[in-house]
Design a protein around this ligand. Structure first.
Ligand SMILES: *[C@@H]1O[C@H](CO)[C@@H](O)[C@H](O)[C@H]1NC(C)=O
Ligand SMILES: *[C@@H]1O[C@H](CO)[C@@H](O)[C@H](O)[C@H]1NC(C)=O
Ligand SMILES: *[C@@H]1O[C@H](CO)[C@@H](O)[C@H](O)[C@H]1NC(C)=O
Ligand SMILES: *[C@@H]1O[C@H](CO)[C@@H](O)[C@H](O)[C@H]1NC(C)=O
Length: 380
């Protein structure tokens, strides 16, 4: 036996090994299984946790895609749970350019107005806007682009709470300003319910209540992009022949930066790669690109959809490079009446005196008297 055993020591040790091996293997497998289970439970938990908490965009964007294969239609309808995504501009504009091709939505879609605030920092008129929005929660969404260094401190009860989008420096009259506007549009496009998009500044106020604004915009056949052909140095004089043939002199338009566009035009603006390089290269100060780029581009692409006027009142009568700013002493019911009915214009091809729904520029000192007269003069 001893000889037998000693005959082939290799076999004995091999059998021993093979007996030990399965045990180790089983132990190892169980360990692996536990680990995998642990990790999945943990990530499921963190997803649920972060969804409820509405924070931690990094975890969301990194973990969610793994589970999107099991998504239902809700995934496509629900607006993003956080505005603080980690997409850079290239990725964001690409994502925002996704558009359904079928006419009818397979769910009840209540079209909303996206109010896009392009600001430096604080929103001094916030209390007035809070009153304006109150009671219309299903019909609007808010987006704020501010200086990247600015941290907003709105309380959770505010309509502006957590509405900041990832922002970059925007310089007046330069392409970085149009980039910021495109960033606002692209973020707002991620919510499929947003149908109209209004650009506002911290110095803007509403001139009517929400019901009036919603009806006016939703029933308009045209988008309110200011756009006109101006001869002279501040209009055609800013055109650069290098923009041809994409943009010829006769296509060149000028208009207010403060626009309202519908979803179709918003997509046109963010998907553009034809006109963008021309304007970036050949429209630099004293060609103020935010007064020409979208205005000219949309006049070439979809002239029949433009009202060619802005909804935002502004007073240039005092002259200079900047419009008048209104302070405490300017505010009265008569003043509001005066700017609300300051001219006549066309609405759906009919003449009207209701040409403006918003106005600028208002200094922080104008807020107290505005709040006082709001219910009588502004209708809210
Ligand atoms: C965004 O990221 C992609 C992929 O890393 C890169 O190709 C692109 O140039 C980036 N865009 C910007 C504007 O940084
Ligand atoms: C500009 O003019 C050229 C030459 O006449 C023409 O081919 C081109 O289509 C024009 N561009 C636009 C946007 O109309
Ligand atoms: C706006 O101007 C364009 C020309 O740029 C014109 O085709 C269009 O009909 C105008 N819109 C309205 C509502 O008049
Ligand atoms: C909104 O304003 C209009 C016009 O001033 C007024 O008739 C209407 O009653 C107001 N709506 C609400 C809900 O206050």
């Amino acid at each position: 036996m001893a000889i037998e055993e000693g005959k082939d020591p290799g076999i004995a040790s091999r059998t021993n090994q093979s007996r030990v091996f399965p045990m180790r293997f089983i132990q190892f497998s169980v360990l692996c299984l536990c680990l995998i289970l642990g990790v999945s439970v943990f990530s499921l938990y963190t997803i649920r946790y972060f969804k409820v908490q509405n924070v931690a965009p990094v975890s969301q964007s990194k973990i969610l895609p793994c589970f999107q294969e099991t998504s239902n239609i809700e995934t496509w309808i629900r607006p993003p749970s956080t505005l603080l995504h980690t997409m850079n501009d290239t990725e964001l504009l690409w994502r925002a350019s996704f558009a359904p091709r079928r006419k009818n939505y397979p769910f009840k879609r209540v079209p909303k107005i996206a109010f896009m605030f392009l600001t430096k920092g604080p929103l001094p008129m916030a209390p007035l806007w809070e009153r304006f929005f109150k009671g219309h929660e299903s019909l609007y969404s808010i987006y704020i682009h501010s200086l990247p260094t600015y941290t907003a401190d709105f309380p959770p009860s505010s309509v502006f709470y957590s509405r900041q989008i990832p922002s970059q420096i925007a310089e007046w009259g330069r392409m970085s300003m149009c980039d910021a506007e495109r960033r606002l549009l692209a973020n707002a496009l991620l919510d499929i319910s947003n149908e109209w998009f209004i650009l506002l500044s911290e110095a803007c106020i509403p001139l009517a209540n929400f019901s009036v604004v919603y009806r006016y915009i939703s029933r308009s056949r045209y988008s309110f992009m200011g756009s006109f052909d101006e001869p002279g140095p501040y209009g055609r004089g800013r055109y650069n022949g290098n923009m041809a043939p994409e943009v010829n002199l006769t296509d060149w338009r000028k208009g207010s930066q403060w626009f309202e566009v519908n979803r179709q035009l918003a997509i046109k603006i963010i998907e553009d790669t034809t006109y963008y390089p021309k304007f970036r290269e050949f429209c630099t100060p004293s060609c103020y690109v935010d007064e020409h780029y979208f205005q000219t581009m949309l006049s070439i692409e979809t002239p029949q959809l433009l009202a060619n006027r802005s909804l935002t009142y502004v007073d240039w009568s005092r002259g200079g490079a900047h419009p008048a700013t209104f302070g405490q002493a300017d505010i009265s019911e008569d003043f509001i009446k005066k700017i609300s009915g300051s001219k006549t214009c066309l609405y759906n091809d009919q003449e009207t005196t209701v040409c403006f729904l918003f106005a600028r520029k208002f200094a922080p000192s104008a807020l107290p008297p505005l709040l006082e007269i709001a219910s009588r003069a502004l209708g809210f």
